[in-house]
Design a protein around this ligand. Structure first.
Ligand code: HEC
Ligand code: HEC
Length: 231
C-alpha cells in the first residue's frame, strides 16, 4: 500500500469513528432525562445532593462511578440496605462499622440531612445506568437475588440469606455493617432473635440495628430458629 492510500484509510477510519461517536453522544443526551427520571428531582432530592457535596462523601465513595475507590459505590445503596439502613450508617458509622477493617467517620449529620440523603440515594437507585459501574461484588445483590441463591436451604437459612446478609455474616459470608452472627445462638434463643428483628431496642436498649419491618412474622420465626443453632 502506498503512503497516500494508507493515509486515506486512516482518514476514513478516523472520520467514521468520529461521526459514530458524536451520533451516540447526541443519542445519549436525548435520553438522559428519561434514564434519570429527571421529573422526580424533587426539592428534597436536590437538598440530599447538596448534603452529599457539603459532607464530601465522594472523598471515599464513588457514585455512578465518580469519586474515590476506598468505600462502596453508592448508586445502588438504597436497594442494598434501604432507607433505615442508610440512615443508621450515616448517623452512627462508628457503631455500625466497629468490626470492619475500613472505617467511615461520623460526619455530624442532622436527622434532616440524613433524611434528605435517603431521598437522593433513592433517586440515584432508580437511574437506568445499564448496570455501570459494576458494584463491589459483596454489595451488589438485591434481596430477591439473594433469596434465589437460597434454594435448597432451610426456610430460616434462606430467609436469613435474603434479608440479613447485606449487613451480617455467617462463616465469613455476608456484610460487615452488623456483627458476624456465628455465635449468636449462645447469646439469644429463637424467640428473642425473632423479637430482636422487629424491634431491636426491646431486647437491647442501645441496639443500633434498624427495625426490620419488612420481614414477615413467619420469616422472623424461621430465622430465629436458624440463628439459635449458630453457636
Ligand atoms: C472517610 C471515608 C468516608 C466518608 C467521608 C464517607 N464514607 Fe460512607 N463508608 C465508608 C466506608 C469505608 C464504608 C464501608 C465500610 C465497610 O463496609 O466495612 C462506608 C459505607 C457506607 C454506606 C453503606 C454502603 C453499603 O452499600 O453497604 C453508606 C450508605 C455510606 N457509607 C454513605 C455515606 C454518605 C452518604 C457519606 C457522606 C455524608 C459517606 N458515606 C461518607 C467511608 C466513608
Ligand atoms: C442495615 C443493616 C442491618 C440489617 C439489614 C440487619 N441487621 Fe442485625 N444488626 C445490625 C447492627 C448494626 C447490629 C448491632 C446492633 C448494636 O448492638 O448496636 C445488629 C445486631 C443484630 C443482632 C444482635 C447481635 C448481638 O450479638 O447482640 C441480631 C440477633 C441481629 N442483628 C439479627 C438480624 C437479622 C436476623 C436480620 C435480618 C432479618 C438483621 N439483623 C438485619 C445491622 C443490621
Amino acid at each position: 500500500m502506498s503512503n497516500r492510500n494508507a493515509f486515506l484509510v486512516f482518514l476514513a477510519g478516523t472520520l467514521a469513528s468520529l461521526v459514530l461517536f458524536l451520533a451516540l453522544t447526541w443519542d445519549t443526551h436525548q435520553q438522559v432525562a428519561a434514564l434519570t427520571n429527571a421529573d422526580k428531582l424533587s426539592e428534597q432530592v436536590v437538598a440530599g445532593k447538596r448534603v452529599f457535596e457539603k459532607k464530601n462523601c465522594n472523598e471515599c465513595h464513588t457514585i455512578l462511578g465518580f469519586g474515590v475507590y476506598y468505600a462502596p459505590d453508592l448508586t445502588r445503596a438504597y436497594a442494598r440496605i434501604g432507607a433505615e439502613g442508610i440512615k443508621t450508617v450515616v448517623l452512627h458509622p462508628e457503631t455500625v462499622f466497629a468490626n470492619s477493617f475500613r472505617k467511615m467517620p461520623n460526619l455530624g449529620l442532622t436527622e434532616q440531612e440524613a433524611t434528605d440523603l435517603v431521598a437522593f440515594l433513592e433517586w440515584t437507585n432508580n437511574i437506568d445506568n445499564h448496570d455501570w459501574p459494576p458494584q463491589d461484588r459483596k454489595y451488589t445483590q438485591s434481596p430477591d437475588q439473594r433469596r434465589l441463591q437460597g434454594a435448597g436451604l432451610s426456610p430460616g437459612a434462606a430467609a436469613f440469606k435474603a434479608q440479613c446478609m447485606g449487613c451480617h455474616s455467617i462463616g465469613g459470608q455476608g456484610g460487615s455493617i452488623g456483627p458476624a452472627l456465628d455465635q449468636v445462638g449462645a447469646k439469644y434463643d429463637a424467640a428473642t432473635i425473632a423479637a430482636y428483628i422487629a424491634a431491636p431496642t426491646t431486647i437491647n436498649p442501645n441496639a443500633k440495628m434498624p427495625p426490620q419491618t419488612n420481614v414477615s412474622e413467619a420469616d422472623r420465626q424461621a430465622i430465629g430458629e436458624f440463628l439459635a443453632k449458630q453457636k
